[in-house]
Design a protein around this ligand. Structure first.
Ligand SMILES: [Zn+2]
Ligand SMILES: [Zn+2]
Length: 137
């Protein structure tokens, strides 16, 4: 989507981004709570150029990719549905990642994988402890 890439360079979008982060002050990925450089994902492109705050969500690189992978796979009805199902997955604390045929190598993903594995271990020991850790992220 070339226009979209263009759009992300626009002054409007940069302003909106600033506004969003100033307003919402996300303290980590809105899905998995992982602290990572956050990206603003469009839940819908319907109002591109005049977004509302609820049209986007700040998520980490890994969750972002997951949403678009799901969307591109055609298994979800639309982008909003794909976004919702990834959001729900983390909300219900299911297994954090679907197995992927790709070996994820980027730094953020490696960090997140380590984090998830550590959480899994802790989860077996003590749910409350993990919840406390997640709250403090
Ligand atoms: Zn996106
Ligand atoms: Zn995330």
């Amino acid at each position: 989507m070339n226009n979209y890439k263009h759009y992300l360079q626009s002054d409007h979008w940069k302003k909106f981004r600033k506004f969003y982060f100033a307003r919402k002050k996300p303290k980590g990925c809105q899905f998995c709570r992982f602290r990572d450089p956050l990206q603003l994902h469009h839940i819908t492109y319907e109002r591109l150029g005049h977004e509302r705050l609820e049209d986007v969500v700040a998520i980490c690189d890994s969750c972002h990719e997951e949403v678009h992978d799901l969307h591109n796979s055609g298994k979800s009805k639309n982008l909003r549905a794909a976004t919702e199902s990834v959001r729900l997955k983390y909300k219900l604390k299911k297994k954090p990642k679907p197995k992927s045929p790709l070996i994820r190598t980027s730094k953020g993903k490696a960090r997140k994988r380590a984090y998830n594995e550590a959480s899994d271990k802790r989860m077996q020991m003590d749910d409350d402890f993990v919840n406390a850790v997640l709250r403090n992220l």
